[in-house]
Design a protein around this ligand. Sequence first.
Ligand code: PMP
Length: 360
Amino acid sequence: MSRVFNFSPGPSALPEAVLAQARDELLDWHSTGMSVMEMSHRSKAYVALAEQAEADLRELMDIPAHYKVLFLQGGASGQFAAIPMNLLRGHRCAVYLDTGLWSEKAIAEARHYADVQVAASSRADHYTTIPDRSRWDIDPQAAYFHYTSNETIGGVQFHGIPEVGDLPRVVDMSSDLLSRPVDVSRFGLIYAGAQKNMGPSGITVVIVREDLIGQALPITPSVLDYRKQADNGSMLNTPPTFNWYLLGLVLQWLKAQGGLSAMAQLNQAKAQKLYAAIEQSGFYNNPVDVGCRSLMNVPFRLPDPALEKPFLESARQAGLVNLEGHRSVGGLRASLYNAMPLAGVEALVTFMGEFARTHG
Ligand code: PMP
């Protein structure tokens, strides 16, 4: 067996220890004589596993008791609809900040249910920055303020929590949840698809302040109704049991690594190494404003797009894969989620140096 360094933006690399444990437990989970995949989600053993995952997430993120934690299906994209359906609470308007292609998608979906006010947009800057706070326009009567903490495609990340008056903050943390500590109490709702830092695709985490739920629009499908899911332990219908199990293993792995502060330190070190290599190369280029560069997704360009194909091919031969940029923007991109070891970034930096020397 040989494993590569996988820089995929998602679904992405999982910790090897987690994959090995899942392999070892696949046919007989905890002496039950069956796979966790074959078990009823209502069984005592499975409910205990599901509750343990929630307890571990609460511990890792220090989630206050008045927040509900939900494990849902439909991805972050499902939440783009569920959020206005659940959180309008009699308001008509919701405010969205537009910092990239994922913000755009959240806005487009919300427009089916709400009057969306776009506080500001960096579209004219090709999504290489966060609009200056002084230029945001926020209706104080709106139901909530939505933003994307890390734009996976553009490589733009918030390094602080924006001030938005009294509006509940709703944040898409799909590509940076669990990569660093976060003060949950400053948010109305945090959501993320699992497939970057948390586990496999197919399971979505929603962390929501309890006083905000219970007033969903009448058209809300029951499986997207936060109150109904909260009252049923996220088991209103059959949950994605195997994905939930894998997510639980990743949470245990994160605890064993020293938790989110340790992850933040490692993620900082990895990203610094790669950005420094890009800056110093005089060959590669990252277009994002220095103050909002992402620690998770590092897009970069070569002096000539014709070099991209040979770059990707040589990288693949060196065991460095999934470095192509998103199909909508092209270029190259390295995603450095929790499961990417420092050694992977070191190997990439060495490769990039060599490629620049031979093609510069
Ligand atoms: N938001 C962000 C920031 C993302 O990166 C993604 C997926 N890459 C999504 C939303 C959509 O997630 P999903 O595919 O789980 O619906």
